[in-house]
Design a protein around this ligand. Structure first.
Ligand code: SAM
Length: 182
């Protein structure tokens, strides 16, 4: 018979697991930003939720501008206010409230050093995001995203079809592809 954990233990377990996941994500994204070898760069994050990854990018010191695109329309109400609170100390983080493909039209082609996609994880959505944002990346720049793993088969399929196998997949399942120089 399965033993039920008392609520207090369950809360403690969730807290520890959550902390481990955050540490995992941080280590993966830190390794990714080191790999980019960028300074004073412009990046776009597509899908920002509560701003955890945006804060990690800001703390890397590699970016002078970090545009964060998210409609915050289907997220719990606290997600957007948490994003605002968390990103307030970082003037380089610029909030763009809206959907990915529409927001991409605000950017000129070849104007961004790095795009990180972590929005709708369904195959057609990831494909649409890649197609919308790839032309915005400078030749020799980078495109990447989150959740290149079996649980999100649509992510793997869209990335492989549109960009080929990633150059690297990091410990938090972030993927990275270098955009060829002209
Ligand atoms: C997995 S969360 C992002 C997590 C965040 N990158 C982090 O690690 O802290 C996914 C986010 O994508 C956003 N999203 C969903 N569809 C989107 C779309 N079409 N355009 C932009 N963002 C979208 C959701 O509102 C949600 O906040």
């Amino acid at each position: 018979m399965k033993r039920r954990l008392p609520d207090k233990q369950k809360r403690l377990y969730a807290k520890i697991t959550g902390r481990r996941e955050v540490a995992h994500q941080r280590a993966g994204l830190e390794a990714l930003t080191r790999r980019l070898k960028l300074e004073g760069a412009v990046m776009v994050e597509v899908g920002s939720y509560t701003g955890e990854s945006a804060e990690i990018f800001a703390k890397s010191g590699s970016f002078r501008k970090i545009y964060c695109v998210d409609p915050w329309s289907r997220t719990p109400t606290e997600a957007e206010s948490l994003f605002d609170k968390r990103t307030k100390p970082y003037p380089e983080i610029l909030k763009l409230k809206g959907r990915s493909v529409a927001a991409s039209r605000q950017f000129s082609n070849a104007s961004v050093d790095f795009v990180y996609i972590d929005a709708d994880h369904r195959y057609s959505a990831v494909k649409a995001d890649i197609l919308a944002w790839l032309p915005k990346v400078k030749p020799g720049g980078w495109i990447g995203g989150h959740d290149y793993r079996w649980r999100f088969k649509g992510v793997i399929r869209a990335v492989d079809e549109e960009l080929g196998l990633p150059l690297r997949v990091f410990q938090d399942s972030s993927w990275l592809v270098k955009v060829p120089k002209l």
